[in-house]
Write a protein that binds this ligand. Structure first.
Ligand code: CO
Length: 362
């Protein structure tokens, strides 16, 4: 039998499939499957996916992987298809008259074509709305894990700040950060260290540039701890920066505060984006805030729900999102401040706690 957590999640998934008026939802190996079952299977060339109908959950699986799959998915019945057979013919036979079929985002395009062959009346839908509803309302146990990951990221940020000195290369600091996360027991660490004009490019990862006195430096870092991700950004001044940098820092900080305050369960993701954007607009830097306010964070670093101008869906209670406004002045510098918050009915809870008033490194 699967653990109770996963039995609950699968029961919720069956109800969500019914509520979305789908006849079936197919979930390929992915974070979605990991969330629902705890099993990390791999996408290969042979079709394998969970088939969730309002009534039952089954794994469609190549026969040669049936035994290994059953071990990681105990208690879930398997439709095993023999090598050389058409997996989708078996699916057609098993699903009978199912017409509305949801597919998760990692389904291969060629499998969709096979799925539709011989099913002229079938309609394929994105299962994203179902999966987003399930995954974005974090359970208490998930929030505890994200908090632990955030605590670790706070610690590494503090240690990185102490290593930020003139003469150190961006790549040296980034590599030190990643090694540090691994030493602390995290996996899949990543880091961005962007100094001076490099900091004006939001996706500059790191390079050979040696940092100098007077630089503005963006440090964005995170890693996976017990299956959940961290993500925090701070901007540091390596000695006194050009005067406008302090002003821009205050504007980004104000926007971050406004954005965080607007993260509320029941209010749409775009409201928080708008609150932060209006603050930056009002201070005359609107054209330099060139990305969304934030993204969902959980088993993946970037997942739903997004805080951007197009997200009209209300944030569910327990949604964990980043709030990361930035202002990027091309050829000069950039400033971004990012924290992880939990949407609640009242004040949101902020999980990352590294202080925002430690910008200046003397
Ligand atoms: Co982020």
């Amino acid at each position: 039998m699967l653990k109770p957590t996963f039995r609950d999640r699968l029961a919720r998934a069956r109800r969500a499939v019914r509520d979305a008026r789908l006849d079936a939802m197919l979930v390929c190996p992915s974070a979605d499957l990991l969330y629902l079952t705890g099993a990390s299977l791999h996408m290969r060339e042979r079709p394998i996916f969970l088939v969730i109908t309002p009534a039952r959950v089954t794994l469609l699986c190549p026969r040669l992987e049936a035994e290994s799959s059953s071990r990681v998915l105990p208690g879930i019945p398997v439709w095993e298809w023999p090598d050389g057979d058409d997996a989708f013919a078996m699916l057609r036979e098993k699903l009978g008259k199912a017409r509305r079929i949801g597919i998760n985002s990692t389904m291969r395009a060629d499998w969709v074509i096979s799925l539709l062959e011989g099913r002229p009346h079938a309609r394929v839908r994105s299962a994203a709305p179902v999966m987003v509803t399930l995954r974005s309302a974090k359970e208490a146990g998930e929030i505890r894990r994200i908090q632990a990951a955030a605590d670790q990221a706070d610690q590494v940020m503090g240690e990185a700040r102490r290593r930020l000195k003139a003469g150190v290369r961006e790549e040296e600091l980034a590599q030190w950060i990643m090694a540090r996360f691994e030493k602390l027991g995290a996996v899949n660490p990543w880091a961005l260290v962007a100094s001076a004009e490099n900091a004006a490019m939001p996706h500059h990862s790191f390079g050979p540039r040696k940092m100098r006195r007077g630089d503005v430096v963006i440090v964005d870092l995170g890693a996976e701890l017990n299956g959940y991700q961290s993500d925090i950004t701070r901007t540091f001044f390596l000695g006194e920066p050009e005067p406008e940098a302090w002003h821009v820092y205050d504007v980004v900080r104000g926007a971050q505060f406004a954005g965080r305050a607007a993260v509320r369960a029941g209010s749409p993701g775009r409201s928080a984006d708008r609150a932060a954007r209006e603050f930056i607009d009002r201070h005359g830097y609107g054209e330099f805030f060139i990305h969304r306010l934030g993204h969902g964070l959980g088993m993946e670093v970037h997942e739903e729900p997004n805080l951007d101008s197009s997200n009209r869906r209300p944030l569910p209670e327990g949604a964990v999102v980043t709030v990361e406004p930035g202002i990027y002045l091309p050829g000069r510098f950039g400033i971004r401040l990012e924290d992880v918050v939990v949407a609640r009915k009242g004040e949101p809870r902020t999980l990352t706690r590294f202080p925002l008033d430690l910008a200046l490194i003397k």
